[in-house]
Design a protein around this ligand. Structure first.
Ligand code: GTP
Ligand code: MG
Length: 545
């Protein structure tokens, strides 16, 4: 199999603080040739100078100064390595945030490990991590060293938790390792000769090729947005479904802004197409950084473009609310793909049995810790989510409150915002019929009635910078006769004060409303000429009011 045919997979290291995630990941990358020996020696020297010798491998992934000083991972870091079958992106997640939360809550370290480990597993399962490898690290530090008994004890304790969360145990390899010494990472350990299963490297190679939903329409939730000098705006995110290609017309929800993709990049290399699972940066035309935000979703404008969700129904499981139950009207932060938005629990449809989804109660007043149920939820800000049956990666969420995970959920049904005229965006060069409602008095004539040539104007500048909708006013709704002010027509002239009505550049002669204030004074600015009828012809050529 040639290099280029290798499938790309993402591997995320999760676990308790200081469990050795960065060390194991760093060692793996070092052994697979990603880091040269002299670099590790440099890390070793620097680590020794900071009295942190044991962190030399962790430093491969912990690049921040603060991370090195404190010996913890603060930010998520990504690195590449290869196995026989896969191109892998290793994502090293910090463990300390969960840890602090837990210590604050219980003060007990042992319960901390148990509670936290289950929570990590539950989050991983809910967020779509469907294949898991369980490494039992620091086997060099057990008493006695490399203890088979200790390993078996941990496997026995942890297995029921994984089953409870939803994983199938027969699919999960349990591997005793030492990330620091390098036992069972790539080479088989002689100290752990009682273990006959795969090494970590072999287990990664045995991961089942993930199903790639590349035949579905594109969904790419935005993680971050960059402005890169000489290139332009580059949103970054992971392709969840479909493909992203240069030249493609994309729509960003919830705003509905459309543009074209100039280029797509992964690990600083240009791609002709990005597939599900790929974390990419892509350059888009004619956009400003302000037009895009984390949580927006890019989709193909010509294939089921993503839209704002006004309401959705979810199957949730309440794990751990501080008050023991979730009341109606509860509005916590919901983390779904890359968006973090407060969502209101508007109606509890029912309470379900967690194992068989049997309805236990209709319209309950609240859901308690441990309960499952269907809930109607209303986002408090524009949000993009999808039903699980169509785009499962945009349908799973966690509910956070006071820095803990209160509930997890899966979205069953979504009510999208009805497409209105306002959702249509005209780009430079486009033309289209637009319903326009003036916010201040303005008099216009329908083109076919007035026989006037089309006019161009500047407006709606707030919606999309650099987007100038150009269109004709189709018809007009006249004010009642008695309310009508003087209308300036193409005949006669009299002094009239012109009222600026909207930001407007007219390149043709157009009728404009004026107020006959009874004076004989000529409005110099308007450049008109006097008439007896209080009506003035105004030439706006090149004039901006
Ligand atoms: P956070 O990112 O802060 O959540 O921690 P982490 O899980 O990335 O742990 P890290 O790799 O930073 O290791 C923490 C400490 O454990 C360091 O002192 C490591 O040297 C030590 N350590 C890691 N793996 C092993 C191991 O296999 N054996 C022993 N004895 N120590 C280890
Ligand atoms: Mg770490």
């Amino acid at each position: 199999m040639g290099d280029d045919e290798k499938v790309h997979i993402n591997i995320v290291f999760i676990g308790n603080v200081d469990s050795g995630k960065s060390t194991t990941g760093g060692h793996l990358i070092y052994k697979l040739g990603g880091i040269k020996k002299d670099v590790i020696e440099k890390f070793e020297k620097e680590a020794a100078e900071m009295n942190k010798r044991s962190f030399k491998y962790a430093w491969v992934l912990d690049k921040l100064k603060a991370e090195r000083e404190r010996g913890v991972t603060i930010d998520i870091s990504m690195s590449k390595f290869e196995t026989t079958k896969y191109h892998c992106t290793l994502i090293d997640a910090p463990g300390h945030r969960f840890h602090q939360e837990h210590v604050n809550r219980t003060g007990s370290f042992e319960t901390g490990i148990n509670g936290q480990t289950t929570e990590h597993a539950l989050l991983a399962y809910t967020l779509g991590v469907n294949q898991m490898i369980c490494c039992c690290n620091k086997m060099d530090a057990t008493t006695p060293k490399y203890s088979k008994g200790r390993f078996e004890e941990l496997v026995t304790n942890f297995s029921p938790l994984l089953i409870k969360v939803g994983y199938n145990l027969s699919d999960i390899p349990f591997i005793p390792i030492s990330g620091f010494v390098g036992e069972n990472i790539i080479e088989r350990s002689t100290n752990l000769d009682w273990y006959k299963g795969p090494t970590l490297f072999e287990a990664i190679d045995q991961i089942k090729v993930p199903k790639r939903p590349s035949d579905k329409p594109l969904r790419l939730p935005i993680q971050s947005v960059y402005m890169i000098g000489g290139i332009g705006v580059v949103p970054v995110g992971r392709v969840m479904t479909g493909v992203l290609k240069p030249g493609m017309a994309v729509t960003f929800a919830p705003t509905g802004v459309q543009t074209e993709v100039r280029s797509v990049e992964m690990h600083h290399e240009g791609l002709i197409e990005a597939l599900p699972g790929d974390i990419v940066g892509f350059n888009v035309k004619n956009m400003s950084v302000k037009d895009l935000k984390q949580g927006y979703v890019a989709s193909n404008s010509n294939d089921d473009p993503a839209m704002e969700a006004v309401k959705f129904t979810s199957h949730i499981i309440v794990i751990n609310h501080p008050d023991g139950k979730i009341p109606l009207g509860y509005t916590p932060i919901v983390d779904c793909h890359t968006s973090h938005i407060p969502v209101r629990f508007a109606r509890f449809v029912n309470k379900l049995d967690r194992r068989c989804n049997f309805v236990l109660e209709q319209e309950p007043k609240f859901l308690e810790n441990g309960d499952g149920g269907l809930v109607e939820m209303i986002p408090t800000k524009p949000m993009v989510v999808e039903p699980n049956a169509k785009y499962s990666s945009l349908a799973r969420f966690t509910v956070r409150d006071t820095r803990r995970t209160v509930a997890v959920g899966v979205i069953k049904d979504v009510t999208k915002k009805a497409k209105t005229h306002q959702d249509v965006t005209l780009k430079n060069g486009d033309s289209g019929a637009v319903d326009m409602i003036p916010t201040k008095p303005i008099v216009v004539e329908a083109r076919r009635k007035s026989g006037l040539p089309p006019f161009a104007f500047r407006g709606m500048r707030h919606t999309v910078p650099q987007t100038v909708p150009v269109g004709f006013v189709k018809d007009r709704l006249k004010k009642r006769k008695e309310d009508q002010d003087v209308i300036l027509k193409n005949s006669g002239a009299k002094a009239a004060k012109l009222i600026p009505t909207m930001a407007m550049v007219a390149r043709q002669t157009v009728p404009v409303r004026g107020i006959n204030d009874g004076t004989k004074e000529k409005d110099q600015d308007a450049g008109g000429s006097k008439s007896k009828k209080g009506i003035e012809e105004v030439n706006f050529d090149g004039l901006s009011i």
